[in-house]
Design a protein around this ligand. Sequence first.
Ligand code: CA
Length: 636
Amino acid sequence: MKGKTALWAWRAAGWMVLWLCGAFAAGAQPAFNKVPVTSGIHRVEPPNWWVGMRHSRVEILLHRPGLQAFEVRLGRARGVVLERVVRGDSPNYLFVTLNISPKAPPQTVPLLLTHRDSAGVGFTVAFPLLAREAAPKAQGLTPRDVIYLIMPDRFANGDPSNDNVPGMLDTLARDSLLGRHGGDLKGILDHLDYLKDLGVTALWLNPELENDQAEASYHGYAITDLYHIDRRLGSNELYRQLVQACHQRGMKIVRDVVPNHIGNHHYWMRDLPMRDWVNTWPTMTQTSYRATTLLDPYASEHDRKRFNDGWFVPSMPDLNQRNPHLANYLIQQAIWWVEYAGIDAFRIDTYTYPDQAFMSRFCRALRAEYPMLSLFGEIWEHGVIPQGFFADNQPMHRANFDADLPGVLDFQLCFAIHEALTREQGWTEGISRLYYTMVKDYFYEDPMRNVVFLDNHDMTRFFSIVGEDLNRWKCGIAWLLTTRGIPQVYYGTEILSTGFEAPSHGNIRKDFPGGWPGDPVNKFTAEGRTPLENEAFQYLRTLLHYRYRTPSLYAGRLMQFVPERGVYVYFRYDEAKTIMVVLNTASEARTVELGRFAERLQGFQRAQDVISRQVLPLDKSLTVGAYTPLVLELMP
Ligand code: CA
């Protein structure tokens, strides 16, 4: 506690220095003034709310030097009550709670602030309560969807004029792996038709919110403003246009939400609203990265605290969601973005690292407001037990918190498919690991809500994992698009992007060739791709389109058979159709006897290969080449 106080005092002193410098040098406004609101208010967050929301008690953060010298009253408002005013530990914050009745009409609510000591001195904050728009929002993902993951700085540069923004700390450095490259939301908008043609149905962008950090700010996970899109990527209005443009094409948008931490250049770090707003330690203490401490029956409190309250990295202060005002803030900003922009799903970053009682509350609040909204969490653990522990209603739950997370990013299946395609076969190794991982699906309330993937922005590119072998790459793609769950494809997979996550994550986040004006090749077009890349592109595209029009494949039941000699066979089926998938992960061709699959093959005489369209007879056996996938639609 002593350490905490010392750190707080140090930060407060730092803020005073900063504020005094600003006051004397610039005359008035400290550097964090961004919201152009009258009367010296720097921040009103959220900037507005809506009438008719289930979350009808909105807590507004106000920030201004010396704000606590003011009393707050409500001006003329209809159906709105000023319920509570809470002061921060810093003299510059007030938290004002409005209770909005279900019958309140859209209006601008005047918050009257009057100085306690100087009669007649005051100002008004006009807080808009808007009508809700009928536009689609929070549609959620279904197993029909396929997510395409984009790192916005590295996909396409549609607006070179925003590559550098005066006053922002990190500047354009396209030749640096960790520099900003200039990609933006306009670049994504410009390629929506390409993505629609490829066959993906949802976009997950790495965080688009402001990261005004001094270095490596391009990845988006060190957020410095939870209510504004980074100006190098676009604007709030452009983000809303991107969502609308996706919806017009029948595509959805996934927001990457980061409740665990912020960037150290966030304005809170110059003026903490409350002493316990972030988790502080006597000296810099990083998390142990061991979510297992939360389920370990033998864990120490020391280890649990170190995991949950340690900082992810020194440049990302760890938020203390046990502070109820911060908790409200985080929930409200998530709701605000759904309502403002029409987001359809949240991918929840570092899901296990925040306070878990808060995470359940966060998920419940979002699902209460938007029943169709999808939520899936990043739980980068090893083994189905620690991964499934945090998911919804899993039967073996023994924690003292309710898990309310509907789905997870399925790291265990990702590790398993990697092993299947890179390791010699054995009783439990190789493809058997995939089989055994699927067996553990009983652990999830609904495994169909899990997101399956081959790689992502933090992992070695899948094509590099399989040694740049196209056949093995096809095995991975065939599995990804035919197993259970919602598949996610990382941008560049379709053009066989390569790169290892070590020594630099920049290697796995390369620019998409053709996304920048003047790029020597354009791999968004068939002419710009090599024959090998075009073969991969067409393989993926064909399977994506087949999957989209085949409910039996994406929503049907799954039956798997024990792998034999490196060959894994499973079926997706319903009343309408049966699809048979054969993955030969052995390094030589295999002849597969069909007798043991009789319970699914009954009534079928032939099968059509969905890639080549060739029709094969279903005799006693099938011969499958080394590292070869077959996706077959069975025919009478
Ligand atoms: Ca740009």
